[in-house]
Design a protein around this ligand. Structure first.
Ligand code: F6R
Length: 600
């Protein structure tokens, strides 16, 4: 995730903002930058690490903003690093999020302004340049710019001849720190927690103006009061945004990650999706098979996508564990699209499968989280899942973002192949837009899931079952639990249980059933009854209230249509996390595993 920081006070701003940026390094980034305002504005930015940033050792500027960038639009280069400036260099802006309508704004501005980056952010300083007339205050001009922006943002700006920093929040966090002799602004408290624990969390729609002796917050142009709170973290917890582990932090980041995956891609009225793909229309219409290659969690996301692609795009889809593709892949390349799904974009098995497909002459597409990764250089097309960096070894938020992005891809294909009408597409898309909120509802049950984990933690083995779209989630739930708790956990298609695995079910084992819409709950319930009569404890993640009577424990899933199993999966992530935490496992770095598997 990009990180924003700002400081205005009585001290030299450069070393302070550099320190705040170092404190945000845990979020992951590929570029960094600082702008200082000592009456005039100067910007220092480059691709690479905060410690490599070339800035003056000291300055007379007691106002500065800073940024760590995780690329979503444009490669990680010096020009694309933040802060971005207007044509005259008197305004500097840092941004976290995505400006959905940047294409339109850039087209409108480009005859009067010179753009120097490929970012969506750069429209903001140029808009501000137009609004910051001699009789306007920075805040007034900034508020007029915000009216033009669509999308998600945390923004901070400073300008020559204007005091302090202005900031705004919409669907992207921003917090103010109140210190002796100055104020801070940041995407996350750890940025400035060593200077102050006295904070104000801004709300969506808030605009803030910080000077060294004042913080004013506005909503709809009127001053508002926001509560001040004291955070009680130690330095180690602060590094992880207040969470005990990166995995838990990343599980909780899912609503924001999902909003980013959807941002600017949905035309709900037209029932369509915009993905910036240049696949020739005749290829899209005539392609006979989509072969998906992936590993681990990405493979489970691919199994989910297979069902949706077949359903919406009316095309044959095969999913291969990437390391197995070498034995079967590469057939009929002229009528095949090969899709590589990989969070890191660096997994050797997936790249190996892709190279086989390329050698056979197939058209290829990457679905990845990592701008500039190897997979993006070796495929014809790329769709980003925009989840932000994932540091915990166990993939969590990237699974949800992969599924949602692949659902968009399925609708994209379906609309262009004439197999999905606009009404049905609009319904699917409207369900998708409810997913971030539904995921938040599940996250709000975190304490209850910990209680449930406590009840189940000592079971001898865990069997996860689901059908249809619930099956990949059952497989993923089992993978998550086994890799971080080291418990024996297996996932099955619920119908397969009676063909063998049922022999393992005893009163000392637990069965976890995915009973949501999109997961044929009435059929999965048959398996639940089978295991119930063998004495196993059954935990259900379910959107069907009538399932409760067959379950020992039920966790309720909000109703969102075909994406319900993805929402249910958030319970399974929390369950795995808490079981592992109760057993004091090395959650972020499970034994024998690596985040990016770059060997075959
Ligand atoms: C499990 C996990 C792994 C990865 C797999 C593929 O939690 O993280 O199974 O999903 O190694 O990695 P990517 O998606 O980077 O290709």
């Amino acid at each position: 995730m990009c990180g924003i920081t700002g400081y205005v006070g009585t001290e030299d701003g450069i070393p302070i903002v550099q320190e705040t940026l170092r404190n945000l390094e845990y979020r992951g980034y590929d570029s960094a930058g600082v702008a200082v305002n000592d009456g005039d504005v100067a910007v220092y930015k480059q691709a690479g690490q905060v410690e490599d940033l070339t800035v003056p050792a000291t300055s007379a500027a007691s106002c500065a903003i800073g940024h760590t960038r995780w690329s979503t639009h444009g490669e990680p280069t010096d020009d694309n690093a933040h802060p971005h400036t207007d044509c005259s260099g008197r305004i500097a802006v840092v941004h976290n999020g995505i400006i959905d309508n940047y294409d339109d704004l850039r087209a409108e501005l480009s005859d009067r302004h010179t753009f120097t980056s490929d970012t969506d952010t750069e429209v903001v300083p140029h808009l501000l340049e137009e609004e910051l007339t001699p009789d306007a205050t920075l805040q007034e001009a900034f508020e007029r710019v915000l009216e033009r922006l669509e999308g998600s943002y945390a923004l901070a700006a400073t300008a020559r001849g204007h005091e302090g920093i202005v900031g705004a929040r919409q669907d992207s966090p921003l917090v103010v720190g109140h210190a002796d002799g100055g104020h801070f602004l940041a995407s996350d408290v750890p940025a400035f927690v060593e200077y102050t624990r006295d904070v104000t969390y801004l709300e969506d729609g808030d605009v803030v103006h910080l000077t060294d002796d004042d913080v004013s917050v506005f909503s709809d142009g009127r001053p508002v009061q926001r509560d001040r709170r004291t955070v009680e973290w130690d330095a180690q917890a602060a590094e992880k945004g207040g969470y005990d582990h990166y995995m838990l932090k990343e599980i909780h980041e899912q609503p924001q990650a999902l909003r980013q995956a959807l941002s600017g891609r949905i035309d709900e009225l037209g029932g369509d999706v915009e993905l910036d793909l240049s696949l020739p229309p005749e290829f899209v219409e005539s392609v006979e098979e989509i072969q998906i290659v992936a590993c681990g969690t990405s493979y489970h996301a691919s199994l989910y996508a297979k069902e949706l692609l077949e359903r919406y795009a009316d095309v044959r889809v095969t999913t291969s564990i990437a390391s197995e593709y070498e034995f079967s892949g590469g057939r009929d390349p002229w009528s095949t699209l090969v899709v590589a799904v990989t969070q890191s974009g660096e997994t050797a098995d997936t790249l190996g499968a892709l190279r086989r497909a390329n050698a056979a002459g197939a058209r290829t597409l990457a679905v990845t989280n990592t701008v500039g990764s190897t997979v993006t250089r070796e495929t014809d097309e790329t769709v980003y899942i925009r989840a932000g960096p994932e540091i915990g070894v166990a993939a969590t938020k990237t699974f949800a973002s992969q599924v949602v992005t692949l659902t968009l891809l399925s609708v994209w294909f379906g609309r262009r192949r004439g197999s999905l009408d606009s009404e049905t597409a609009a319904e699917v898309l409207s369900g998708l837009q409810r997913v971030p909120g539904a995921v938040q509802q599940v996250l709000d049950q975190d304490a209850r899931v910990r209680d449930v984990a406590r009840e189940y933690a000592d079971e001898e083995a865990f069997f996860f079952v689901g059908r249809d779209l619930g099956r990949p989630v059952a497989l993923e739930g089992a993978l998550k639990l086994k890799e971080i708790s080291y418990d024996h956990a297996e996932g099955f298609a619920a119908g397969e249980l009676k063909h063998g695995p049922l022999a393992l079910v005893t009163p000392e084992t637990a069965v976890i059933a995915v009973l949501t819409d999109g997961g044929a709950p009435e059929k999965t319930l048959k398996a639940v009854k089978e295991v119930d009569s063998r004495g196993a404890s059954v935990l259900g993640v379910s959107s069907a209230d009538d399932a409760e009577k067959y379950l020992d424990t039920m966790l309720s899933v909000p109703e969102v249509g075909v994406a319900e199993p993805v929402v249910a999966n958030v319970y399974l992530q929390l369950f795995a996390y808490h079981v592992a935490d109760l057993k004091d496992r090395a959650i972020d770095k499970p034994r024998n595993l690596a985040k990016s598997v770059t060997v075959e």
